[in-house]
Design a binder for this molecule. Sequence first.
Ligand code: SIN
Length: 324
Amino acid sequence: MQHKNIVILGTGGTIAGKAASASDNIGYTAAQVGVTQLVAAIPALAAAGHLLVEQVAQIDSKDMTFAVWAHLAERVHYFLARDDVQGVVITHGTDTLEETAYFLQTVLDPAKPVVLTCAMRPATSLVPDGPQNVMDALAVAGHAGARGVTAVCAGVVHSALDVQKVHSYQLDAFSSGDAGPVAYVEEGALRVLRDWPLGQQKRGLHAIELVALLVEAAAGGTWPRVEIVMNYAGASGAVVDALCHAGVQGLVVAATGNGTLHHDLEAALLRAQSQSVSIVRATRCVNGRVLSKPGEALADSRGLSPVKARIALMLRLMLSGSQA
Ligand code: SIN
């Protein structure tokens, strides 16, 4: 049987990290090993004839930029449009993986699978977790019925909407929170636990037009400025006021509990909103979502975490600007 190609795009991360000693799992430098070398080091893949491999970036994902996101979206879109491509796997750092996953899902809403994977230990580790994660990601990308953007780590498949890094060290570092994972990967086979997540796009632009807009905005430095502020004991409005003064276009507030805000912070956010700064209220709780009550003055994030709500708001502002 003729296999379609699976594309592996490298962006860096711990999965491509190097330490001076094989017993050092934390004192490494991320993004050192090329994706071609990573793939070549996995014996089961070395001989596989249906892999296309490309280095899109080589960064520690804490340093993710809009330019890398725009370039990545462009490459993923290019490969998915090819008839000979079954799906795309992206090797990525764990630290902002959930943001890239949500970004790609929102921009591309792909009918084919796009699977982000990663590692918590560097490639030089005595027992690295990256190779198995790549194998699992390929199993997901090759699975009939898989679609949209997912993340695979430690044998667990998470949807882009739900995935969140919840552990700073353990190999199984991600959670899907209340929603639960989409599937488990067991020896190359998927045990699917729930319906494959569908896109929820309602936008006027096709993916190709949106990607072009993102590339242009990244090159021109015109991505809307959206920052995240947090509610906490003793919070004030000072940060919000300073950000408004600096020209911020949108603010996501990581509120306490069910969207609650210190009255001083809330007053500053309402002031900002009255000056045309877009405000979205998310919760800083790891699980659950803000359940809005009638008459709330600040919009809620519709279940998105603060970092994903920020991406949604940036894209919304960018689209409203482009259509103005
Ligand atoms: C990164 O996010 O690039 C470094 C940390 C990791 O991949 O675990």
